[in-house]
Ligand binder design. Structure first.
Ligand SMILES: [Zn+2]
Length: 114
């Protein structure tokens, strides 16, 4: 027997979940699980060629607990390379700063782009 509310399993003679006070059912309740929970839609909130602006934007977002990614034509994840070095000045082309879809509105507000 299973509780339809919390999903706990009980021996057959138990008729009610002691935690939820609901009648038990015979089958496991169907829970809506995301088939791909790791997937997060990314939204570009800033496009810049200015590394300084990019780093400021990143620090502003991270101060608010928003995780962000920088994506450029020739780099997968700028911030994945560790500490900043002089080599970053050699980057050409605009870099996109991206955040999770759920954080996009907050991020734009923080960056003054709303
Ligand atoms: Zn329960």
């Amino acid at each position: 027997m299973f509780c339809p509310k919390c999903g706990d399993e009980f021996i057959p003679r138990v008729k009610e979940c002691p935690d939820c006070n609901v009648s038990l059912i015979e089958k496991v309740p169907k829970t809506e699980t995301n088939s791909n929970p790791e997937y997060v839609e990314l939204v570009t909130v800033l496009v810049t060629r200015d590394m300084g602006e990019l780093m400021i934007a990143k620090s502003l977002l991270e101060a608010e607990g928003i995780y962000c990614f920088a994506k450029g034509e020739k780099i997968q994840n700028l911030f994945g390379y560790g500490s900043l070095g002089a080599g970053y000045n050699l980057l050409v082309g605009p870099v996109q700063l991206q955040v999770a879809d759920a954080d996009a509105n907050d991020a734009r507000a923080i960056l003054g782009k709303s």
